[in-house]
Write a protein that binds this ligand. Structure first.
Ligand SMILES: *[C@@H]1O[C@H](CO)[C@@H](O)[C@H](O)[C@H]1NC(C)=O
Ligand SMILES: *[C@@H]1O[C@H](CO)[C@@H](O)[C@H](O)[C@H]1NC(C)=O
Ligand SMILES: *[C@@H]1O[C@H](CO)[C@@H](O)[C@H](O)[C@H]1NC(C)=O
Length: 442
């Protein structure tokens, strides 16, 4: 449901296909390489399994607060427990600013200019609609009407975090921020590395959309991550008032205890300090969908020179009510961030970014082997590099249109890079990613 499968779908403007035999050879070599990487990167969770009784008590108290009593629990084949929680019992409504919040069932308007599906798109969708795209759908049981599926947090999930305070948060990046003068205003430092595209910061923006293919990049050490997402931003990057709404897919062994790519969301209204969190790990995001679990694993994922699987995410501001809605696929509403959560974003966004981010913790004094995207550089193109396609933004009239004039940035193009293009079919799009450590990125 919602996922669009591009069966070797190929952008009309990508480079012509190489000789078939050469391609096949490259394919097998790639498989061998991938094996080697997987085998050498068995993550060590052991040292995160010991803790004091006092800490355990604090953890279980916190979990009691965030895991709401379910109407029904569904067990996913990957070990996740998906709790079906009554819509009006969800954690979001514990937020002090949402005491009298009335859940908005539907946005008052979708953005105008949503593409009418072409016939072949529709066919592809039909083919895939039968398929599960989140691992837990394989269970076969659905959440009952009036409930929302929520991935249950476990003691182990919290114990892998640096502290209870850090659980579910992008680790306080603020302390070592170095504001870059060469724009965009990304929060660099603390080993966070990016390959991103971004809009100019002078416009008022009310949303953004993109279609992103999903991979399973390998992660070198447990507290690193690799993610691919869009950011909707407002506020200052060198102050404490940055507002950000984020969504995409991520691999985070620390957060989830495995290396699967998962659908995620994030928000903050104070530069990643006290407010906000991933997914539904704190009060804030209000879920309305009974079929999509935020934080659940995505399956299947794209394979090198094989089938490409992508997800489409749209986030926009309800022009009448002011809440920031998220939809998945063509039109499936997931839920919304209430306007009350924000300061600057209560009004509008000033910048949108799309792309990848990894943490490089330089274990043993070397650049990390953690991959971004598919683990291949942008130059490798379709089927090999990861992509964001049909980049769009929503303007002050709630019109959705192809974004013009993006800039790109990667801190170290020998480790991860990005290349943007334009075509009729894919609009504004880019390839991005990389292997991390290699002879040019020691
Ligand atoms: C995992 O970490 C623990 C504690 O630091 C250590 O004792 C153990 O040898 C490590 N295991 C592997 C396979 O590296
Ligand atoms: C589905 O979830 C139920 C409830 O947790 C569990 O008893 C059952 O074994 C699961 N079925 C499958 C096929 O995973
Ligand atoms: C938004 O779309 C409407 C209808 O297509 C059009 O009349 C209007 O000029 C557009 N607004 C902007 C700012 O492009």
């Amino acid at each position: 449901m919602g996922i669009i499968i591009g069966r070797k779908r190929r952008c009309s403007c990508s480079t012509p296909r190489e000789d078939h035999h050469l391609l096949l050879l490259t394919f097998f070599v790639a498989i061998l390489l991938q094996r080697a990487v997987v085998e050498s990167s068995t993550l060590n969770y052991t040292r995160h399994r010991h803790t004091s009784t006092l800490r355990l008590e604090r953890i279980s108290k916190h979990l009691n607060k965030i895991n709401k009593p379910p109407v029904l629990t569904i067990e996913s084949p990957d070990g996740d427990l998906i709790d079906c929680v009554h819509k009006r019992k969800q954690l979001a409504l514990d937020h002090p600013l949402l005491k009298n919040h009335k859940i908005q069932k539907m946005p008052t308007e979708m953005p105008k200019g949503m593409k009418v599906m072409r016939v072949e798109d529709d066919m592809e969708k039909v083919r895939v609609r039968e398929k599960a795209w989140q691992m837990w759908h394989l269970n076969g049981t659905r959440c009952p009407k009036g409930t929302v599926p929520i991935r249950r947090s476990t003691v182990h999930d919290v114990m892998r975090a640096k502290s209870l305070y850090d659980f579910g948060k992008k680790r306080s990046r603020v302390d070592s921020l170095s504001r870059r003068n060469d724009a965009p205003d990304i929060l660099s430092g603390n080993g966070h590395e990016h390959a991103i595209a971004y809009t100019g910061s002078s416009q008022e923006m009310y949303g953004a959309k993109a279609t992103i293919n999903v991979w399973d990049p390998s992660i070198q050490v447990i507290n690193e991550f690799s993610l691919s997402q869009l950011w909707i931003l407002s506020g200052s990057f060198d102050g404490t008032d940055l507002n950000s709404i984020e969504a995409g897919w991520q691999v985070s062994p620390e957060l989830y205890g495995d290396s699967r790519p998962r659908l995620f969301t994030y928000w903050t209204s104070d530069s990643y300090r006290a407010t906000g969190c991933y997914n539904l790990l704190c009060a804030g995001f209000i879920q309305t969908n009974s079929r999509i679990a935020i934080g659940a694993a995505i399956s299947p994922v794209s394979s090198y020179d094989g089938n490409q699987y992508d997800i489409t995410i749209l986030i926009w501001k309800d022009p009448k009510v002011g809440n920031w809605w998220m939809s998945f696929g063509d039109n499936t509403l997931v839920g919304y961030w209430p306007a009350e959560l924000f300061t600057h974003l209560a009004d509008h966004a000033t910048m949108v970014e799309w792309g990848g981010e990894v943490v490089n913790s330089r274990t043993n004094g070397q650049h990390t082997f953690t991959q971004m995207g598919s683990g291949h550089f942008a130059e490798d193109g379709f089927g090999k590099a990861s992509y964001f396609r049909n980049l769009q933004t929503v303007d002050t009239d709630n019109n959705l249109s192809s974004v013009q004039g993006i800039s790109t940035l990667a801190e170290n193009t020998n480790c991860y890079d990005i290349k943007s293009y334009y075509s009729n079919e894919w609009g504004t799009y880019f390839y991005y990613g990389g292997p991390g450590n290699n002879p040019q990125c020691p």
